[in-house]
Design a protein. Sequence first.
Length: 364
Amino acid sequence: MTIHNKFKLQNVINASEKMTILGVSRISDSVAAAQKEAGQSFFVMEELTKATGHYLADLIGAENATVLSSASAGIAQSTAAIIGKGDLYHVYHPFTDRITKREIVIPKGHNVDYGTGVQVMVELGGGKVIEAGWANKCTQADVEMEITENTAALLYIKSHHAVQKSILSVSEMVEVAKRNKLPLIVDAAAEEDLKKFYQMGADLVIYSGAKAIEAPSSALLLGKDQFIKWVQLQSKGIGRSMKIGKDNIVGLVTAIEEYVKNGLESKESQENRLQPFIQGLNEIEGIKATEVQDSAGREIYRASVRVSSDRKNALDLIQDLKNGETAVYTREYQANNGIIEFDVRSVSTDELHQIISKIRKIME
Ligand SMILES: *Cc1c(COP(=O)(O)O)cnc(C)c1O
């Protein structure tokens, strides 16, 4: 009996992208095998944590690294680590009045909701969010005017969730951090480049394991050795409530090895799967499908489908696709303009055929 049958759950085809609400991504067989081996073995956990961290740091090119349960835990524990600086009293009393240097300066347009608010995670780590600039503008000067003797760190959210326009770049934020001798945390949760932000000079860089890396639920934290050690110390304090299992630690390491070796799915491979899909869709009345590149310029190619029928518009089709035994989730951002996008990176060839049949049934 499958999990879907046992709990009477809808089957889901994820043509939307790596969405947390759908379970993010699919792990490979070798990642599942690594999880199985780790889950059925014992380790001195402190050894496993340190050794896998050093291994990943060497693989990617950083002083040190550690595996955490989620990118959110990465924000909270990085904040706590930088405020506590390895002091065990702070680990046991994370919100103590004895420490006043708790301010985390962040561009206002970066204090976003990615499922929860960035501020919620900073506060969980005992930080006080200080927003710099305005919702749609933040310069180096805007950040610098918020820095006081109580500033503990700077935080930069590199994400499509954050405001992009008229906000300083990561390298400009690095300059501000260096000028003011402050640590810089970069949340790069969904980013694809594991080297860039560390090489630019960020002190701690956070990646969500299940997004680009397609690992089980986890996160990679890369950083300067001292900061990573302070983060690891949090497992005796707030980090305990964010513990990650041995199976997922080893699963993430395996997924990163594959990710570093194979990279992302190539344009050619995406197009080889997209072309027959687009052709199949174009045989359906009221549907006009074309290939489009990701609007942010990433190497992602998708099917863009214009719906023009008297009976069904794009919003109807999106809703009908979610009904029935197997739900198909799509990219809905342009639905008001009559367009639906299909991201095929997490969709198998068999599922692409299922999508075509389902749309044909709905439209005819
Ligand atoms: C997804 C995301 C997170 C949270 O990642 P989790 O691993 O799910 O906690 C944090 N920041 C940004 C910008 C994200 O996109």
